[in-house]
Design a protein around this ligand. Structure first.
Ligand SMILES: Nc1ncnc2c1ncn2[C@@H]1O[C@H](COP(=O)(O)OP(=O)(O)OP(=O)(O)O)[C@@H](O)[C@H]1O
Ligand SMILES: [Mg+2]
Length: 142
């Protein structure tokens, strides 16, 4: 696991950009952290690496934003999702199998159905402008 302290929104975006270099088509990135922890800023950085031209915003109302980068990117926000049926209802399985990169905010809602192999990005607020970002690769074989 790697722990990084970000001192600004821009540093978090930069961190996301650098982190993204190891991602492959089909990668899943599970993001955890409270409202305003910086999950969406981190996703913005990931999208820069894949040259996404669309605006990257938290898809809180739409649940899923699809971006057309050098790899398709599905930005999913499960904040408003109530149960696992709803997760399957939005086509979660199809996004996972699409060969795109899936970035999931509020990934705790995937409890019990989260795929074995994934990156976990855990963000927490230290103070107004400081965030702790813990990054791990989880391999189901372990
Ligand atoms: N070091 C930092 N890294 C990231 N964001 C920061 C930092 N310092 C301050 N901020 C601010 O915190 C907010 C983070 O918002 P962001 O939308 O990324 O959070 P989120 O985790 O996606 O929340 P939500 O669960 O509501 O979608 C922004 O307003 C940003 O400017
Ligand atoms: Mg967000």
């Amino acid at each position: 696991m790697e722990i990084f302290i970000s001192k600004s929104e821009e540093e978090t975006i930069e961190k996301g950009k650098e982190f993204a270099k190891q991602l492959q088509p089909g990668s899943l990135v599970a993001l955890y952290g409270d409202l305003g922890a910086g999950k969406t800023q981190f996703v913005k950085g990931v999208c820069r690496t894949f040259e996404v031209k669309e605006t990257v915003n938290s898809p809180t109302f739409t649940i899923v934003n699809e971006y057309h980068g050098t790899v398709p990117i599905f930005h999913i926000d499960l904040y408003r999702i109530k149960d696992i049926d709803e997760i399957f209802g939005i086509g979660f399985d199809e996004y996972m199998d699409s060969g795109g990169i899936c970035l999931v905010e509020w990934a705790e809602k995937l409890d019990g159905i989260i795929p074995d192999n994934r990156y976990e990005v855990r963000m927490s607020v230290v103070d107004d402008s400081t965030r702790e970002i813990a990054i791990a690769f989880i391999n189901g074989q372990n």
